[in-house]
Design a protein. Structure first.
Lengths: 311, 363
């Protein structure tokens, strides 16, 4: 047991925690934007898989991690256009369309993976971390938090941008209005449809980016259904965070360290069945939902299509 | 006039399936496979000769899952935890059946096992139903979370107490053939089909001919008016979730006792996902969903072999299901607008197509 608290273990735990927290954080950030604008995107799981697969293929061919991330985000936006056109514009049932996107994402990526890389299943070379000067020399935090792939710093920067955008800008105000009282946004001269389109596309981009992070940095390869429900956890994190980005980041980090703690325990030779490890995050999320059941507040117009003039 | 309405309804329900199969064929072409071979294989291994009997065996659990979904969906409640409810039943059945069938009469054992699976499926829905009834917490999320937890738990059971020690791959003991459900005389269809059909007709009666069915529809239309009419909303939510979970649990018993005989870890047929579009196409009506579920059982039975023969992942069927869902929503939309006598291009899309003036900084 003593071995658990040595520096090496703590560094591994922090690094692993960040690696598993970041995909969730990105997806939950996107979902926050979408939910605030009144669109429940149940397709996150599928979009993450699509982003993960396209990012993986891109890195495999170009060896550029940044291009891979961009590629994941691009295909994420592309697949969110289904939700935009059917649910935002035509006002069709968001739950049904969301499930369809998830099924399509799972099916398409699984079929493509098997037909292209089924036999070889190539792995990506591990991404070299960037050492931040000075800060990376701090003991424990230095080699873990400040020695990470550049992708991580960009993601954290994006979280700051989203927080600022939702709180301080006109666009953020419009997004919240579209989720709270779409009629008043319309009356004030804004367009609910455009605002929601913009938000859902952003959400798709973030989910795709999260998926790419998962495949490129998290696992270094792509296997069918690899996200294993992470997209749904992102929806819950966004719901519990109620639009506050700091909560999204905090919640995701907590999730990440939950996951890494179990890996570290396994490394230390304490044997836990892997299935038990896999359900811990879901148990934690469900427990949070039960404890905070009263405050799992969602925007009043969430899931309701906007039809001008309707009551 | 009535026959015209029927014709339109027919087109509205069949067209999405045809469009999905067609675009699935296009996808196959893009992947460099032969769509004609693919679909004729489905016919060969799903219907032709005696293979329709395999499809009929597959049909039984799917029908039960479909009925379980219809009951909650009609009330506008979303029980998406079907995978967990199914798998926990499957794990318990395959774990206990080799012992129970040896120590008592098989009929009693089958009966007890089915009750156990139904109870387990229902138990999984308790937390989501409670949260929904008490706090109004979104049941989509809670039932999904519960599903992931239960799947993990089922896997722990299969790798732990239920594992057959004589086989390397973690799986349960295989139920001997003479302890599995018998066939309908003259066929190789399990009698599970009769159980499933009986349950389906029973639920259809409950939904369409009893005051409970009417209450359910009122609650589905508006929970506020249901409350106003003196219907206890929490009771309604609990009852419906429990029925739904029990039916899905029962599906696993019909499937394991009638078809598989054992369960491997990480095995998940995920009937719920696949059946989802078809209960919508059947307008959440049990009888109307029958032909669609039948269609899918053929597609799944034939498709399992057909995808393998074309060297595809069996998840290709998921793509077809997703396409059916998407085409269905669009065609439904166009149909509704036409009924109302409006142009079917919505004003939002019209404005978008013109994309003329910029109204704000979001455009």
């Amino acid at each position: 047991m003593n071995g658990l608290f040595t520096q090496a273990y703590i560094i591994v735990a922090i690094t692993a925690g960040l690696t598993s927290a970041l995909p969730l954080m990105l997806a939950a950030l996107g979902e926050t934007i979408g939910e605030q604008s009144g669109v429940l995107n149940l397709g996150v799981e599928g979009i993450m898989l699509i982003g993960g697969f396209s990012g993986y293929v891109c890195v495999l061919n170009t060896h550029s991690v940044l291009l891979g991330g961009l590629c994941g985000a691009f295909f994420g936006i592309l697949s969110s256009l289904i939700l935009v056109s059917l649910s935002v514009m035509l006002g069709l049932n968001q739950i049904v369309v969301g499930i369809a996107i998830t099924l399509a994402g799972e099916g398409v990526t699984s079929v493509l993976q098997q037909s292209k890389y089924g036999s070889s299943n190539p792995r990506l070379s591990s991404v070299s971390p960037v050492k931040i000067p000075l800060l990376s020399r701090i003991p424990i935090i230095g080699p873990s938090v400040f020695t990470q792939p550049i992708f991580l710093y960009i993601s954290l920067l994006l979280a700051l941008v989203v927080a600022w955008g939702l709180l301080k800008t006109n666009a953020g105000l419009r997004i919240k209005a579209a989720g709270q009282k779409p009629g008043s946004l319309d009356a004030a001269g804004g367009s609910v449809i455009r605002t929601r389109t913009f938000s859902v596309m952003l959400a798709g981009g973030f989910a795709g980016l999260g998926g790419a992070y998962f495949s490129i940095i998290g696992s270094g390869s792509f296997t069918p259904m690899m996200t294993g429900g992470l997209g749904y956890i992102a929806i819950v994190v966004a719901m519990l965070a109620r639009g506050r980005v700091s909560w999204v980041v905090g919640g995701s980090l907590m999730f990440g360290f939950c996951v890494s703690l179990t890996t570290v325990l396994q490394m230390a030779g304490i044997n836990i069945p892997s299935d038990a490890v896999n359900i811990i995050p879901f148990v934690a999320v469900l427990a949070t939902l039960i404890i905070f059941a009263r405050s799992a507040y969602i925007p009043p117009a969430l899931g309701v299509p906007y039809i001008r003039g309707s009551r | 006039m009535k026959s015209r309405k029927l014709g339109v309804d027919f087109i509205r329900t069949v067209l999405p399936v045809l469009l999905a199969l067609f675009s699935g064929g296009l996808l196959l072409l893009i992947l460099g496979k032969n769509p004609i071979n693919f679909y004729s294989d489905i016919w060969r291994f799903g219907i032709a000769k005696k293979s329709w009997q395999d499809s009929a065996t597959m049909f039984a659990p799917m029908l039960l899952v479909a009925v379980g979904l219809i009951v909650v969906f009609r009330a506008n409640l979303w029980n998406l935890g079907y995978d967990g409810q199914y798998l926990i039943g499957a794990a318990l059945i395959s774990g206990f059946s080799p012992y129970l069938t040896q120590h008592m009469s098989v009929w009693l054992a089958w009966f007890l096992l089915s009750i156990m699976a139904a109870a387990a499926g229902a138990a999984v829905t308790i937390i989501p139903a409670w949260l929904k009834a008490k706090f109004g917490t979104n049941e989509i999320i809670t039932s999904l979370m519960m599903s992931f937890i239960t799947i993990g738990f089922a896997n722990i059971l299969i790798k732990g107490p239920f594992q057959d020690p004589n086989i390397v791959v973690p799986q349960t003991k295989v139920l001997p053939l003479n302890h599995m459900l018998p066939h309908i005389p003259g066929t190789r269809i399990s009698i599970g089909l009769i159980v499933a059909l009986a349950m389906a007709f029973g639920v259809h009666y409950l939904l369409s001919r009893t005051s409970f069915g009417l209450k359910l529809d009122i609650y589905g239309a508006s929970s506020k008016s249901a409350q106003h009419a003196g219907i206890s909303v929490p009771k309604m939510v609990f009852t419906l979730f429990l029925i739904s979970g029990a039916l899905i649990g029962l599906a696993s018993s019909v499937d394991i006792l009638g078809h598989w005989g054992y369960v491997r870890t990480n095995w998940n047929p995920s009937y719920g996902n696949a059946i989802l579009p078809f209960v919508f196409l059947g307008r959440l009506n049990v009888l109307a969903s029958l032909p669609f579920v039948m269609f899918y059982s053929v597609l799944a039975t034939g498709g399992a072999i057909s995808t393998q023969r074309s060297g595809l992942s069996s998840d290709f069927l998921l793509v077809i299901v997703a396409l059916i869902l998407l085409f269905m929503t669009v065609i439904e939309y166009i149909g509704t607008k036409q009924d109302l006598g409006q142009s079917y291009i919505p004003s939002g899309l019209k404005r978008f197509l013109k994309f003329s003036k910029s109204e704000g900084d979001l455009g």
